[in-house]
Write a protein of this length. Structure first.
Length: 266
């Protein structure tokens, strides 16, 4: 099967599966959802770390050559900084929409209602999620263009980490006043922007193959940033020994899934 077909198939599959899993997860009783979500986050953390450090980075270094190891390292650092700034921008936008602490207008002028804030948050999450999923498509395309097996491992890691995020996004859409049907449809549509990102990346990177190893390093920086900056701090909120042991086990299982998938395919 041509590389482009693999990219389209796995980006579409990933988008559809993550949206479907989030939809099914949201239909479960709230108590059960609250109990399962931290376990999903732990597993996703391991999958992201495994994909970045066991799959993406070794392939980026191999493709660039030993002489370019420092350049790959700089690309990784640059990517982490870029994702930090992107997240800062999203938080800043979210803050201005919702009027954060320190931004309240005196005497009530300019204050928006809770309903308006919830609706604005829903629109913002749709825009942010669409961009994020398109970027996931770029990362998957870069991985497939380097190695078929690496592409599958990367797509798998993307799917695993997208499910908890899609659950949260869907909850925000519903909280913003959307009907369940509309929220599900829009959530699916934003999930499938990964296909668009993958196709664009295939043609853009295909004309500049020398940049492919650095695109792979950027993909690794994305996975590392999400795991270390977004997911792990949330895991640290639970400090009892029992929760810590479960987190370590689930993170290890996520890493093991990526490792054995990668090794089996090779």
């Amino acid at each position: 099967m041509p590389t482009l077909a693999w990219i389209v198939f796995f980006t579409a599959l990933g988008g559809a599966l993550s949206a479907l899993a989030a939809s099914l997860f949201l239909l479960t009783p709230e108590k059960k959802r609250s109990a399962l979500l931290p376990h999903l986050v732990s597993f996703a953390t391991g999958a992201l770390l495994g994909a970045a450090l066991l799959g993406l980075l070794p392939h980026a270094i191999e493709a660039a050559g030993v002489a370019s190891v420092h350049t790959i390292g700089l690309t990784l650092l640059f990517g982490i900084l870029i994702f930090f700034l992107l997240e800062k921008f999203v938080l800043w936008r979210h803050c201005h929409v919702e009027i954060c602490e320190g931004h309240e207008e005196p005497h009530g002028h300019g204050i928006i209602s809770d309903h308006q804030r919830d609706a604005a948050s829903a629109r913002l999450i749709l825009m942010g999620d669409g961009f994020h999923n398109a970027l996931d498509g770029v990362l998957i395309a870069a991985a497939f263009m380097t190695d078929l097996h690496l592409g599958i491992v990367t797509a798998l890691a993307v799917i695993v980490h997208e499910i908890p995020q899609e659950v949260g996004d869907l909850a925000i859409l519903l909280h913003g006043g959307m009907s369940r049907g509309k929220a599900l449809l829009l959530n699916l549509a934003t999930s499938l922007t990964s296909v668009l990102g993958g196709v664009i990346a295939y043609f853009a990177l295909g004309t500049a193959l020398r940049f492919l190893p650095y695109a792979i390093a950027l993909a690794a920086s994305s996975f590392l940033y999400i795991a270390v900056a977004d997911l792990i701090p949330g895991l640290h909120r639970r400090v009892d020994p029992g929760s810590g042991a479960k987190q370590v086990i689930l993170i290890s299982l996520g890493i093991a899934l990526i490792y054995f998938t990668h090794e089996t395919m090779h």
